[in-house]
Ligand binder design. Structure first.
Ligand SMILES: C[S@@+](CC[C@H](N)C(=O)[O-])C[C@H]1O[C@@H](n2cnc3c(N)ncnc32)[C@H](O)[C@@H]1O
Length: 238
């Protein structure tokens, strides 16, 4: 089931304001959406992009290995943003649906990937039946959601619609960078307390959302320097 961009209903999640962390709201701004991809346009940014893409592919491979009998054919990329990873699953011959709450981000995505399907949807209330999609991918979102309860709620909803599992991008607090930020925050030298979960808390959140990780993939080659983790997860009822 695919909704064309022209049929999008921006009011889809009216009444769900509690599901909207302020840090995720900025992407509804046209200029933020237009400039979003620039952060990966320099040499360092490109490297980071390639590393993340590689980790996502590793996670997809882990899911495929776990289900040797099943062919994973559909992917829900939510939030897809400007479609940074929209064509990643083409190599696996998957039909990818990109979904996001921001029409502005979706317009960028559709302009870049006219051959792909994009819908406006809220990860807290997805317009899909149970098990309608083979695999979900939730990239670069959860670190912007500071409430553990809300993260779990989002993940539960993703679990509901995904038949075989998902690829989840998390950031954790046990790195030199986050430790130093926390120290600086306490000394009044950093603007906000980095509210990232510990690796142990992440495991608990995934479990509470009904997921079981198949692996923990460090996006960076030096794990102590990077807070970015990618988890291929399956339902913990399987
Ligand atoms: C940091 S961007 C990540 C986009 C993309 N996954 C990437 O890696 O570049 C976060 C995205 O989450 C979207 N978003 C915010 N709240 C959402 C919600 N409740 N449901 C779906 N998407 C949401 C924003 O519009 C934004 O495009």
């Amino acid at each position: 089931m695919v909704h064309a961009l022209s049929q999008l209903n921006p009011c889809y999640s009216l009444g769900m304001d509690d599901l909207r962390p302020p840090k995720l709201e900025v992407y509804r701004d046209e200029s933020v959406a237009r400039d979003y991809d620039q952060r990966w346009s320099g040499a360092l940014g490109k490297k980071r992009d390639v590393r993340k893409a590689k980790a996502i592919c590793q996670a997809f491979d882990a899911l495929q290995t776990h289900y040797p009998e099943a062919s994973l054919r559909s992917v829900l990329d939510i939030p897809c943003g400007t479609g940074r990873f929209s064509d990643l699953f083409d190599a696996y011959k998957c039909h990818t649906i990109g979904a996001d709450l921001s029409i502005e981000m979706l317009q960028q995505a559709q302009a870049k990937h006219p051959q792909h399907d994009f819908i406006c949807a809220d990860i807290g209330r997805l317009p899909f039946a149970d098990d309608a999609i083979d695999v979900g991918a939730c990239i670069r979102m959860l670190h912007l959601v500071h409430s553990a309860e809300l993260r779990i709620r989002f993940l539960k909803e993703l679990n509901r619609v995904c038949k075989y599992g998902a690829i989840i991008d998390y950031r954790h607090s046990h790195t030199v960078r986050i430790f130093s930020r926390r120290m600086r925050f306490r000394l009044g030298m950093y603007k906000e307390d980095p509210q990232l979960p510990s690796p142990r808390q992440i495991q608990c959140e995934l479990q509470q959302a009904g997921f079981k990780p198949l692996a923990k993939i460090n996006v960076h080659f030096a794990p102590l320097l990077s807070d970015k983790l990618i988890f291929p997860v399956i339902s913990n009822e399987t």
